[in-house]
Design a protein around this ligand. Structure first.
Ligand code: GLC
Length: 632
């Protein structure tokens, strides 16, 4: 269909719509806050699953069934309702990560080290098929943040501190997801517009206090190839720019994104993103719409939202033209994607397809693991290991697929396979996807391989001993110690020394701030996770050389652990395919990964590529390999 034909159809629909129907199209709410019946009665445009929110037993068939019900309600036609199909959205940010049994790819920080846009495109294509297997048609990905301070809990969602790498992936990922906008395609949503990775102190949802020139040099560039590749949606960011929240920022949303960059799709708010514009909910609705938000992600209060917007239009606070512009954009996306031609979700080609979580996708994920690991140290050529070496495998992350996958996997904050069964950890407290006290859930990743399982498959004599206290020089030649962070997501992954920085931000940011409990108070690994150095020492005290594999969502201060190790590998958050780690440790493949972030030496340092002076522990681009055991 030509653009002209699409716009003709947009106008036909628009001309038949009442104000209520238009407002309904501008609302997205969470699946737990609405029934299919209400989708019809209130003409709702979109439904989402928040992180960790899943129907039934969380199998593809449960999702397809749910989507059938929402879809059927949306397309019923009668004198009060027009048959406009809904869009269902999820955070499929490293694979279709909400769903049990999905292939989980490395988080973006690892992909950045692979520096391979073709690989990223293949990942996006595989992810699209897994999304389609569940009857969903839209993912809130890729994240185009350029993270500049790794105290930020979302650093792992960023490909790189360098806009060039993020730029080179943006178009590839969007093309991989959206393809030709036919059977194999899902809708992309680049996020979070804009400056999310540039907040002072790395505070999530904080303030990006930089000049416009810098915003345009660092944070805006990745959006340009994404728009050129045709991304149909963009998500507004929670952060502020020089104190002004993006959700109310007409200049950045409308003037820059829509007009200057020519973005033709729609802008979606982040999760209740407008609520923080000020304390008066009614006012925030007009502020968001007038700034240029088109579709509103409203977790629960979607009815009050609709009533408020209606009042604003009636009182003249919001012009009918603005409503029409928003609805045009939403209809444009739905028509361009071919949503009106698609049958009910269960009748679509990829629904319940056996490729979901299947070997073809897992092979792509394993390749991604191999390409994303960075070899930081390899004294005495300890690596690659011989398969018949007597290996002891230790460290809390050695046999935990949940920890390998990190946040945004099955649960919002991620899952832990090894969390104490008896403990009363936050898992049981979760009531909604974003419950205030949501934490890491106890649970298992279905499918895939832990790092330990990958090692064992290559070297059957290897022994697992999590804290390493069975290490014995007469029985073991080498130790592999898999250490690092445990899962977290968003602001709950922030590192904050104290509350002063939050107090300081509160004086700068106009509006409200959501403050979550941080992950820790220091980037020093030995302060965050002292058990890791202990596990390493249990091996090295026996004069057994240790290969340390670090799982982390960011570069940490690793002075002590590095010193204790003979070889050291940064594995980031590799996802479900732990065998990819063994592929490298045993030399079946060579290391190719190069740091996409500068690695700081000491607490308080925050070197970035191009800084003067620039004195990190490992420079941007560093990474050893077997074939050429020097920096290249
Ligand atoms: C969030 C995130 C955003 C995500 C959305 C929906 O809080 O900031 O990245 O897409 O909610 O789950």
């Amino acid at each position: 269909m030509s653009e002209k034909e699409i716009y003709q159809r947009v106008e036909e629909w628009l001309s038949r719509m009442t104000l209520e129907q238009k407002i309904g199209q501008m609302i997205q709410t969470e699946r737990m806050s609405i029934t299919p019946e209400e989708v019809k009665v209130f003409h709702i445009g979109s439904v989402l699953s928040g992180g960790g929110s899943s129907p039934g037993e969380n199998k593809p068939a449960d999702w397809v069934k749910m989507n059938d019900a929402f879809w059927a309600a949306s397309v019923e036609e009668d004198e009060k309702h027009l048959p406009i199909p809904i869009l269902y959205g999820v955070d499929a940010i490293h694979g279709h990560n909400n769903v049990l049994g999905a292939t989980i790819f490395p988080h973006n920080i690892g992909l950045g080290c692979a520096n391979d846009p073709e690989l990223v495109k293949k990942i996006a294509q595989s992810t699209a098929r897994e999304i389609l297997a569940t009857g969903v048609e839209w993912t809130f990905a890729p994240t185009l943040a350029v993270a500049r301070n790794n105290q930020w809990g979302r650093t792992y969602e960023s490909y790189s501190e360098d806009p060039e790498i993020v730029k080179s992936y943006a178009g590839a990922f969007v093309e991989g997801l959206q393809g030709d906008l036919k059977t194999d395609s899902v809708i992309a949503c680049v996020k979070h517009w804009v400056g999310d990775g540039g907040t002072t102190y790395g505070i999530d949802q904080g303030d990006t206090d930089i000049s416009e020139a810098e915003l345009r040099k660092i944070h805006i560039p990745p959006y340009i190839p994404a728009i050129q590749a045709g991304t149909l949606t963009v998500m507004a960011s929670f952060n502020s720019w020089k104190g002004d929240k993006l959700h109310g920022h007409k200049y950045l949303l409308t003037d820059v994104l829509k007009e200057e960059l020519g973005f033709k799709g729609f802008i979606i708010s982040d999760w209740d993103g407008c609520d923080y514009l000020n304390a008066d909910f009614h006012q925030t609705v007009a502020q968001g719409v007038n700034a240029g938000i088109d579709l509103f992600m409203v977790s629960e209060k979607w009815k009050p939202f609709g009533e408020s917007l209606n009042q604003h239009v009636n009182s003249g606070n919001v012009k009918p033209e603005r409503i029409d512009d928003a609805v045009r954009r939403i209809l444009y996306v739905k028509i361009k994607y071919g949503l009106f031609e698609k049958p009910r979700p269960s009748a679509r080609y990829w629904s319940n397809h056996e490729s979901f979580g299947g070997s073809a996708h897992r092979e792509v994920a394993r390749e991604a693991v191999r390409k994303s690991l960075v070899l930081l140290k390899n004294e005495n050529d300890l690596l690659p290991l011989k398969r018949d070496a007597r290996i002891i495998v230790a460290g809390k992350n050695a046999n935990d697929r949940g920890h390998q996958c990190g946040g945004f996997t099955v649960a919002w904050q991620g899952v832990s396979d090894s969390m104490d069964e008896e403990s009363d950890e936050p898992a049981s407290k979760i009531t909604t996807a974003y419950g205030a006290d949501a934490g890491v859930q106890r649970g298992k990743i279905i499918g895939g391989t832990s790092i330990w399982e990958g090692i064992k498959a290559m070297s059957p004599k290897a022994e697992l001993n999590i804290n390493g206290n069975m290490a014995d020089r007469s029985r073991h030649d080498v130790g592999i110690v898999v250490i690092g962070e445990t899962p977290y997501a968003e602001g709950m992954g922030d590192i904050r020394q104290g509350d002063e920085t939050i107090a300081e931000m509160a004086t700068k940011i106009k509006g409200l701030m959501k403050v979550l409990h941080p992950y820790g108070h220091s980037l020093v690994l030995n302060e965050l996770h002292p058990e890791d150095l202990e596990a390493i020492k249990n091996i090295t005290n026996q004069r057994i050389p240790a290969v340390v594999v670090l799982l982390s969502g960011r570069t940490l201060i690793i002075e002590k652990e590095l010193e204790e190790s003979t070889a050291f590998v940064a594995a980031w958050l590799p996802g479900s395919e732990g065998q990819g780690v063994a592929d490298l440790l045993f030399g079946v493949y060579d290391f190719k990964g190069k740091l996409s972030f500068s690695w700081q030496k000491k607490a308080g340092e925050n070197f970035r590529k191009g800084d003067e002076p620039y004195n990190p522990l490992f420079a941007f681009g560093y990474g050893l390999s077997y074939s050429n055991n020097t920096e290249n």
